[in-house]
Ligand binder design. Structure first.
Ligand SMILES: Cc1cc2nc3c(=O)[nH]c(=O)nc-3n(C[C@H](O)[C@H](O)[C@H](O)COP(=O)(O)O)c2cc1C
Length: 365
């Protein structure tokens, strides 16, 4: 399948060879082959989430995605994972188009990917991080504002985005709070090369999240998410549920023992050795300045998210969510979603252009 000429051509569509400047981000337990191939077939860029996959699962997920689309797609990687090097080799071998990094990437990994022709697009939450990854050769960045789901920062997209655009010359993709064509038009007006969306793509017919859980998101209002430090020790935007409230009000010791038990479960499920968990933990401590209890809490997060997003247990699981969940009220297919966003963005851009022409006419009259 050849990629049709973009209706909205940006630095992102040119860089990756996609039809529309719309990215579906790599959400743990959510962004698997069906969602990713549906997004890429719709003309956007789908990104597989690999932080919650074993190496073998990632290998199988790449093969399955390739069988379902011949359009470009990406893989999201944790640069601090013990086997990050092997995963990078796999991406290169499989000719995956884009490597996305969840948290701080590493300079040597970026260089290796770029030498092999893989486009590197790290996610960042501050202008200084954008400057750093740009100096290491990143091709573009995704900047996620505080509205966004999952790990998030304190500054809203409306201010973070222009601060990053002013700081770097590489294409910037805006994330955090986007769901429609007005948002895409606004991001392009800021000077961004496109938008990246997590929660909006989770809430499509193509995502594998159980229906009852999707319903839980759809029922929520704009104020129904919270940023909690108790899930894994880092600011994490999630749906405000009874479980999250219990975690918020539990003493550190209770949270810590539950975290150790969950870390043990994650270890069993992924076949990771304690030595690998400890090695990952040491790397995390070094790169993110975490305490040991935060490291254990971080190992805890995948299990809490899995219980909600895969097993559909909204009582026992944590549901990462952007504030945008409060404004979303339907479950389109990825194709319907992408088409309607592009149609609406075009209409907004036309309306803005008309506004300018009419004011010119008035001025000259
Ligand atoms: C359920 C869920 C899981 C996520 N998991 C990851 C992840 O594994 N890696 C990552 O880089 N970002 C992750 N994120 C953040 C998203 O990639 C994205 O940056 C964010 O959802 C954008 O904000 P939005 O939800 O307002 O669209 C996750 C977000 C959600 C909602």
């Amino acid at each position: 399948m050849t990629t049709p000429t973009p209706r909205l051509r940006t630095a992102l569509t040119d860089l990756v060879g996609i039809e529309h400047p719309i990215v579906q981000t790599g959400m743990g337990w959510v962004a698997g082959p069906s969602l990713v191939s549906a997004t890429s077939n719709a003309g956007g860029l789908g990104i597989l989430a690999s932080a919650t996959m074993t190496y073998a699962e990632l290998e199988a997920a790449i093969a399955k995605t390739k069988a379902q689309t011949d359009r470009p797609f990406g893989v999201n990687i944790r640069a601090d994972a013990g086997d990050a090097g092997e995963r990078i080799d796999l991406l290169i071998r499989e000719k995956v188009a884009v490597a996305s990094f969840a948290l701080a990437p590493k300079q040597d990994l970026i260089a290796k990917l770029k030498d092999a022709g893989v486009v590197v697009i790290p996610s960042i939450g501050a202008a200084k991080h954008a400057v750093k990854v740009a100096s290491w050769g990143a091709d573009a960045v995704i900047v996620q504002g505080g509205e966004g789901g999952g790990h998030t920062g304190p500054v809203a997209t409306t201010l973070l985005l222009p601060s990053v655009l002013d700081a770097v010359d590489i294409p910037v993709v805006a994330a955090g709070g986007f769901f429609d064509g007005r948002g895409l038009a606004a991001a392009l007006a800021y000077g961004a090369a496109g938008v990246a969306m997590g929660t909006r793509f989770l809430l499509t017919q193509d995502s594998s999240v159980p229906d009852a859980v999707k319903q839980e998101y759809l029922n929520r209002h704009l104020q129904d998410t919270v940023v909690s430090l108790k899930v894994d020790g880092m600011p994490h935007r999630v749906l405000n549920t009874e479980l999250v409230q219990r975690l918020e009000h539990s003493g550190n010791w209770r949270g810590f023992t539950a975290a150790v038990a969950n870390a043990a479960k994650f270890k069993k499920m992924t076949g990771m050795k304690w030595s690998a968990l400890v090695r990952d933990g040491l790397a995390m401590r070094k790169t993110k300045d975490l305490t040991w209890s935060q490291v254990i809490m971080a190992a805890n997060t995948p299990m809490l998210l899995r219980a909600g997003l895969v097993e559909g247990n909204t009582q026992a699981g944590v549901l990462a969510a952007g504030q945008v969940t409060g404004i979303i009220d339907d479950l389109p297919t990825c194709k319907e979603l992408v088409e309607r966003i592009v149609d609406e963005a075009e209409a907004r851009l036309d309306a803005l252009a008309a506004l300018r022409n009419s004011s010119k006419v008035t001025a000259s009259e």
